[in-house]
Each structure stands twice: as structure tokens, then as C-alpha cells.
Design a protein around this ligand. Structure first.
Ligand SMILES: NC(=O)c1ccc[n+]([C@@H]2O[C@H](COP(=O)([O-])OP(=O)(O)OC[C@H]3O[C@@H](n4cnc5c(N)ncnc54)[C@H](OP(=O)(O)O)[C@@H]3O)[C@@H](O)[C@H]2O)c1
Length: 272
């Protein structure tokens, strides 16, 4: 990556996380440019990262080896149509826009190397996870570059087919919100059981952090971790049985199926 130039189209939250991650990985600021219509956003990127920013894409992408599409999905089509002529023909396109499929990107930018990615919000803390899918025109070297780019903000995983992006959206894209919901429900229950709101929040949130670290750092899987903290006839078993008899597993599957279906539906609506 050390001799590549990377241009970001859209310099919002996700782009800023990626830029910060790339600089931490050892890229220098001269390798990165960004274009954003928002002046405040451009100024923030320049002062935080000392990268060159532009109001229009033409200058940002002029020398680029990789062009990262990081605007909202709703504006991606006109953005692509406007920048198509300015992107060097050999540049790799990496799209992080939710719900925009490769066929649409090929329609808007022409047949060329394109990697579609689905990151998630913990990327803001460099703790994200992304699903990646490349079209057939993408070389192994370009795939490695896209993987390194997304690895700047967490873990990057390759998918076997593009339809799996909907499943990734359901599991990890939307996933942080499920954990937030559980944390909220746990702290509300804690208050009902007599704790102060502040104590209940801290207990729930720190438990989430500890459990997440155990999940990621342990050698054993989630089912085994749960078994180890569930003594027969104990307090955890009382709670877990209540979850299970209330249909927690089925409800989770139903919820993720709804998210996956919605992801496919949005792709239909936003693409062409
Ligand atoms: N945030 C996440 O957790 C997450 C997760 C997965 C995927 N994504 C995807 O990542 C992409 C970026 O998300 P984000 O959260 O970083 O959005 P964001 O913070 O809104 O950033 C987008 C930036 O692009 C600017 N912009 C709008 N139109 C533009 C144009 N024509 N040319 C150049 N810049 C333009 C926006 O300016 P204005 O604000 O003035 O419009 C904004 O500064 C989205 O496609 C989203 O689907 C995000």
C-alpha cells in the first residue's frame, strides 16, 4: 500500500475512520485525498489528518489507484455518474455504500475492478468487521489492497457470493444495535430490580464489554462460554431458561431474516 494513492469520495464518519486507520498503518498523508461537498467536513479532515481535500471529485481522484465510495447510498448514483470520466481507468473501486450492488456500480462506472464492502459502526473505534465481495475483474493484488484498506478499521472477511452481503448486513452491519437493545433492556430490568439508573447502566455496559472480550479472545465458542457460566439450578440458568422458553433463538432468527430481507429490498430500490 505504501506507493498507492487512495481517494475518498465522501469524507464523513466512515471515511474519517478509514483514513485514521490507514495513517496508523503507516501510510502517509500525501497518499490520501478526499472530496466532500461539505466545507466543515473538509476542514475537519485537513486539520485532523493533514490530507488534501477537495470540493469536487475530479482533483481528488486524478492520481488515485484506489477510489473509495463513501457517500450515502441515496446519492451514490449521481456521484458515480459525475465522477466516472475523472477516475483513472486502472483504479480499483471500493464501495462501502450499504445496499448498492456490483451490477449497479458497473452500470454507473463501467465494467472495471470493484470491491463491495459492508463495514459496521464499531469501525469508528477500529473494532469493526466487514464483509467483502469482489467482481470477477478484480485481481488478487487488488483484493489484497481492499482487504488491507478495510483491515485498517477492524477485521475484513471475504464472502463467497454477493447475496451474502445481505446476511452480513443482518449479522454485523445492524448487529451493534441488537447488543445496544440488550444492554438497554438489561439496565431497565436492573432499575426495576432496585438499582439506580447509573449503576444499572454501568453494570450492563461493562458486562457487555467484558463478554465481548471473552467472546473474541477465548479459544472456545459462545455456546461453551455460556455453558461455563451456567451452573445447574443456578441464577444464570434461571435467566437463560426464561430467554429460551420465551423463544429467544427463534426471535433472533426472525429478526435477522427481517434485516436480511430489508437489505435485499433496499438494494432493489437504490440500484438499477
Ligand atoms: N456509518 C456506518 O456505520 C456504516 C456502516 C456500513 C456502511 N456504511 C456506509 O458508508 C457510507 C458513508 O457513511 P457515513 O456514515 O460515513 O456517512 P456520512 O457521515 O454522512 O458521510 C458522507 C459524507 O459525504 C458527503 N457528501 C454528500 N454528497 C456528496 C457528494 N456529491 N460528493 C462528495 N461528498 C458528498 C456528505 O456531506 P453532507 O453531510 O453535507 O451530505 C458527508 O460528509 C454510506 O454509504 C453508508 O451506507 C456506513
Amino acid at each position: 500500500m505504501n506507493d498507492l494513492k487512495i481517494a475518498f469520495i465522501g469524507g464523513g464518519n466512515m471515511a474519517a475512520s478509514l483514513i485514521g486507520g490507514l495513517l496508523q498503518q503507516g501510510l502517509n498523508a500525501q497518499q490520501i485525498t478526499a472530496c466532500d461537498i461539505n466545507l466543515a467536513q473538509r476542514e475537519a479532515l485537513t486539520s485532523q489528518f493533514a490530507i488534501a481535500t477537495y470540493e469536487t471529485a475530479a482533483e481528488a481522484v486524478a492520481q488515485a489507484n484506489i477510489v473509495v465510495l463513501a457517500v450515502k447510498p441515496q446519492v451514490l448514483k449521481p456521484v458515480c455518474m459525475a465522477i466516472k470520466k475523472d477516475i483513472p481507468s486502472t483504479a480499483l473501486i471500493v464501495s462501502i455504500a450499504a445496499g448498492i450492488n456490483i451490477a449497479s456500480l458497473e452500470n454507473w462506472l463501467g465494467k472495471r475492478a470493484i470491491v463491495r464492502c459492508m463495514p459496521n459502526t464499531p469501525a469508528l473505534l477500529k473494532q469493526g468487521v466487514s464483509g467483502l465481495y469482489a467482481n470477477t475483474l478484480t485481481s488478487n493484488t487488488e483484493k489484497a489492497q481492499a482487504e488491507q484498506l478495510l483491515s485498517a478499521v477492524g477485521i475484513a472477511l471475504w464472502l463467497d457470493n454477493e447475496a451474502q452481503i445481505d446476511a452480513v448486513t443482518a449479522v454485523s452491519g445492524s448487529g451493534p444495535a441488537y447488543f445496544f437493545l440488550l444492554a438497554q433492556a438489561m439496565s431497565q430490568a436492573g432499575v426495576k430490580l432496585g438499582l439506580s439508573a447509573e449503576t444499572a447502566h454501568k453494570l450492563a455496559n461493562q458486562t457487555a464489554l467484558g463478554a465481548a472480550r471473552m467472546l473474541c479472545e477465548s479459544e472456545v465458542d459462545s455456546a461453551e462460554l455460556r455453558r461455563r457460566v451456567t451452573s445447574p439450578n443456578g441464577t444464570t440458568e434461571a435467566a437463560i431458561n426464561t430467554f429460551l422458553t420465551g423463544g429467544f433463538i427463534e426471535l433472533t432468527e426472525k429478526a435477522l431474516t427481517a434485516a436480511s430481507d430489508r437489505s435485499a429490498e433496499l438494494a432493489q430500490q437504490l440500484g438499477d
